[in-house]
Design a protein around this ligand. Structure first.
Ligand SMILES: [Zn+2]
Length: 358
């Protein structure tokens, strides 16, 4: 019996020794890691995946390996596989930085189609970091989950005006202006938000309210004239407030004397009221050095009073010129587009386009 106990004790001691030494000297895989890096550096992504998988079998608790593997697969465009690897990392007890894994998952879903994204977002990951919230926002937009996007944007550390602009953007892009404004609640009235509020009022037949919002919008940012002027004139006309447009344009022109949109708009309003001489004066005063468009319109207006045939010719020329020269430029990156985009396709900025004439 004593002999038996001694044997048991020896076996136990040997076991303890082994466990202790194993802990002290974990196996190192420097060579294998170097192999993965080498493959990555030569763009042999398949090779890198294979080596990482082998490493992972040896070190199943090494969370970083999941991330490396997930990232490589994602860069290869194997988004589904990448997501599976990241999800494995999420259940690993050694995981400390969940946000890092969420980032991988969100980025992978950005490569998948809207239906898949929509499905995934039925139970979105509880992200907290600014970076991940922005990715989540992108996904919600792609999936058309507009109200959720407004909710996510509220959690970002944007300035109140930026948030208002975002709400305005979502309202325009979603086609659900009223619902989105309602969902967003109280907002700082940014110029773009005022424009959208004006549109909502206009569509509901509340022309006075529309005029009020459009006017405020333009006073805050006259360079949105290209977007707002037509609507404002329409609403003002229907509200019987066309007279006020003239006053407003005069005021705007003082702030932006080089804005061709306002120059021509102001002249047009005067012309419509039969104040031909004043219209010509406005064009003459402001046209120099702005662009050839106002110059053309000036010649047209002068001809209207003197030579009707020449006026007709000029009108055709002017219309053609307007179509050719109208374009929109991103204030942030300088990208140009023929149609007005709400979001820049190059730099991703929102509502950053202004109309330019050349
Ligand atoms: Zn841009």
């Amino acid at each position: 019996m004593i002999y038996y106990n001694v044997v048991l004790l020896v076996v136990l001691l040997v076991l303890i020794y082994f466990i202790a030494t194993m802990r002290k000297r974990p196996r190192c895989y420097h060579q294998e890691y170097a192999d993965v890096i080498e493959r990555l550096s030569t763009d042999d992504l398949d090779g890198a995946v294979e080596r990482t998988r082998k490493l992972w079998e040896k070190e199943p608790d090494n969370v970083k390996l999941y991330l490396v593997l997930g990232d490589i697969l994602r860069k290869q465009g194997k988004y589904d596989k990448a997501v599976r690897i990241y999800l494995n990392a999420l259940v690993n007890r050694n995981l400390r930085d969940k946000e890092r894994v969420y980032k991988g998952i969100l980025l992978s879903y950005l490569g998948l189609d809207p239906e898949r994204i929509k499905n995934f977002l039925k139970k979105p990951p509880p992200v907290r970091s600014e970076e991940n919230l922005k990715l989540l926002l992108q996904l919600q937009e792609r999936a058309g989950l507009w109200e959720d996007a407004v909710e996510t944007a509220r959690r970002l550390s944007w300035k109140p005006e930026e948030y208002s602009d975002y709400v305005a953007y979502i309202a325009l892009v979603s086609g659900k202006k009223e619902e989105i404004l309602k969902k967003a609640g109280r907002l700082t009235p940014s110029p773009m938000l005022l424009y959208v509020r004006g549109l909502v009022a206009f569509e509901k037949g509340n022309k006075d309210e529309a005029v009020k919002n459009f006017t405020e919008c333009l006073k805050k940012n006259p360079s949105l004239s290209f977007l707002v002027m037509d609507k404002l004139e329409e609403a003002s006309f229907e509200a019987g407030k066309y007279g006020e447009v003239e006053k407003l344009y005069e005021e705007l022109l003082e702030k932006e004397p080089q804005n061709p949109e306002i120059i021509t708009g102001f002249a047009n309003v005067l012309a419509k009221k039969g104040k031909m001489r004043e219209a010509v004066d406005v064009l003459e005063k402001h046209a120099e050095g702005v662009s050839s468009l106002p110059l053309l319109s000036r010649r047209l207006l002068i001809s209207l009073e003197t030579d009707k045939e020449r006026a007709l010719e000029l009108a055709g020329e002017l219309a053609k010129k307007v179509m050719e020269s109208k374009k929109y430029r991103c204030k942030v990156c300088g990208n140009e587009e023929k149609e007005y985009p709400l979001r820049c396709s190059r730099c991703g900025s929102l509502l950053s386009y202004i109309r330019v004439w050349e």
